[in-house]
Design a protein around this ligand. Structure first.
Ligand code: IMP
Length: 199
């Protein structure tokens, strides 16, 4: 079983990704590496931040590794909060305050189109590869539901009448931005595995 470090400390993300990748891959968390470093996310793009995180772990521990970065992009807010999603309302990364800021800035704007976009950067040896997953939807007028995390209560995926936070973890995992990006990653890893077996 191939070992891969997922450079995250977010338990929700870890279980979402493990549910998709295991049992084919052994996903090692940062906690299991005893790494609790606050990796600075100083890039201005999702790609840049995903690479910073993956490279930090790869350089420090020498393991093949992937990291993700996600942003909620709201059309009527010119793509905000985007790469600044975690700290949109301040350094505390408070989901409630972040959601309130989006709702306040949108006001009664009828254009509530938005998407979640995830970029994964995978580092294997010297090779860097990017994967992307995106889901379109709309911003609800108020938070709904208690599952998930972050902006889930105000994001209603396209063709749904409920928010991400009203779906079960399994349902969200079928359609989410992160699931789509991880599927791209898995396809790539499986093709690579077949190629190496054929050699
Ligand atoms: P990260 O860079 O992937 O940690 O994501 C940045 C921020 O985007 C998080 O702090 C959350 O506020 C938000 N976010 C990321 N993924 C999700 C999700 O699946 N649902 C809701 N919010 C998310």
């Amino acid at each position: 079983m191939k070992k891969l470090v997922f450079a995250t400390n977010n338990e929700y993300k870890l279980s979402e990704v493990r549910a998709i990748l295991e049992p084919d891959f052994n996903i090692i968390s940062l906690a299991e590496l005893n790494c609790f470093d606050d990796i600075p996310e100083t890039a201005t793009t999702l790609e840049g931040n995903a690479l910073i995180k993956a490279k930090y772990i790869h350089d420090k521990f020498g393991f093949d590794c992937f990291a993700d970065d996600t942003g909620l992009e709201v059309d009527a807010l010119n793509g905000e909060p985007g790469v600044y999603s975690a700290r949109y309302a301040g350094d505390a990364n408070c989901a409630h305050e972040n959601m309130c800021k989006v709702l306040e800035k949108l006001g009664d704007n009828t254009n509530r189109k938005a998407c979640f976009r995830t970029v994964i950067a995978l580092i294997q040896g010297e090779e860097i590869t990017y994967f992307e997953g995106k889901i379109d939807g709309n911003i609800a007028t108020q938070p709904r539901g208690n599952s998930g995390f972050g902006y889930d209560p105000i994001f209603v995926p396209e063709n749904y009448f409920v928010s991400f936070a009203q779906l079960s973890a399994e349902e969200k995992n079928q359609i989410s931005h992160r699931a789509l990006a991880v599927k791209e990653l898995v396809n790539y890893l499986q093709i690579e595995k077949k190629k190496s077996l054929a050699l």
